[in-house]
Design a protein around this ligand. Structure first.
Ligand SMILES: [Zn+2]
Length: 380
């Protein structure tokens, strides 16, 4: 509305303004066309990532599958929708989305304790079977764990939490690389849509900045030539300024955290936080197995069967405040936005970090290399 008023003012200033005003105002066709073109481009650039963010929230929000006990509490309709959502999931290696194996249910009913109260001692003693899904962790070379070497467990979802997963109380689900719950887009900003959300707030900041500048120029000109202040334009100008500062602030915040590879949740609680990380020690020689290691270890499977691949993990701890996933600003940015300018600018592809690797859930940075060296697990 404000743009059409301004363009109309540029194209067809009243004859009074052209002939009698102290500062004659002539038609400015070129300026009007430029404003319309830039306005339409910015509007499209802002709208596309917003729609993409909304679409991803509906189809692939990055939820972790609930465990069997939690699922029993769900109404049938909810489970059906959930299953369909996971079937549409994009992430190529999101193995949680697969239905549980047929043997899991009967085994857990007969032997396992209620998963809401994970009894670690009983699990290590062998008197209680661990909740299913541990093999998805110890198949990797490193994963976040607790002091005992077990992955972090969410009692509400009744399932193990993949690295950087956070339980969102708004939706009652564990969410991969959850950033924050955003009422403006009606859902969770997480690993699957953080890139599109960032594009949206950046373009929204540019759009509102453009509106702000154009309106400020017009209001100033109208005051200068004696037309007085147009209350409608001033109202739009104030709204543009408000949304600009909000969008610019949000853009700056997300960019700053992304360059350091923090989610909003992680950034809030980083302080002196430390992580325990189970790090694969590599094949064990008989001699090494006899030596007492410098670090606590955990060996998987917890109850090995004949012929099973035994994997020993060192339980290492980061220093307070360290971010083990910090890859450096440029690589952090690429892992979020992609590896080409086109991916940075347009909401087409998912972030590269959605493709969870076989060795790590998310790539670890130099912090883990240093921890390996200090533990004598690597000479690099
Ligand atoms: Zn949870």
């Amino acid at each position: 509305m404000s743009v059409s008023r301004n363009v109309d003012y540029l194209l067809r200033p009243s004859s009074d303004l052209q002939l009698t005003a102290a500062y004659p105002v002539n038609p400015r066709r070129g300026t009007a066309i430029a404003i319309i073109v830039v306005y339409c481009i910015l509007l499209a650039l802002m709208t596309l990532p917003y729609l993409r963010t909304f679409q991803v929230i509906q189809t692939n929000p990055g939820y972790i599958r609930r465990g069997p006990h939690a699922q029993r509490d769900q109404p049938p309709s909810s489970s059906s929708t959930e299953k369909q959502t996971f079937q549409r999931s994009c992430a190529p290696t999101t193995i949680e989305e697969r239905p549980p194996k047929p043997h899991s249910r009967s085994r857990s009913r007969s032997h396992s304790a209620p998963h809401r109260d994970l009894d670690r001692k009983a699990i290590f003693d062998g008197t209680v079977a661990p909740p299913p899904g541990l093999e998805r962790f110890y198949a990797k070379d490193a994963f976040v764990c607790d002091m005992s070497g077990l992955p972090i467990f969410c009692p509400k979802c009744d399932n193990w939490k993949r690295d950087r997963t956070h339980h969102c109380s708004e939706v009652g689900r564990c969410v991969r690389r959850m950033d924050h719950f955003c009422p403006w887009i009606g859902g969770i900003v997480s690993e699957t849509n953080l890139k599109f959300f960032l594009q949206f707030v950046v373009y929204a900041a540019l759009y509102t900045l453009f509106m702000l500048v154009v309106l400020a120029v017009f209001v100033a000109e109208q005051v200068r030539i004696g037309l007085g202040r147009d209350a409608w334009l001033i109202g739009i100008l104030v709204c543009s300024a408000t949304f600009f500062f909000f969008a610019a602030g949000m853009s700056g915040s997300v960019i700053q955290m992304s360059l350091r590879n923090y989610t909003t949740v992680e950034n809030l609680f980083k302080g002196n936080k430390t992580y325990f990380i189970a790090v694969y020690t590599g094949p064990q020689t008989p001699q090494a197995a006899m030596e007492r290691p410098l670090y606590p270890t955990v060996t998987y499977p917890l109850r090995p069967t004949p012929g099973a691949d035994i994997r020993q993990f060192a339980i290492l701890q980061t220093k307070p405040g360290e971010n083990p996933w910090d890859l450096g600003a440029l690589q952090n940015w690429r892992e979020l936005m992609g590896y080409s300018w086109l991916e940075w600018l347009l909401p087409i592809k998912y972030s590269p970090f959605c493709k969870h690797g076989a060795r790590y859930e998310y790539p670890f940075g130099p912090v883990l290399d240093r921890m390996r060296r200090e533990a004598g697990l690597s000479s690099r």
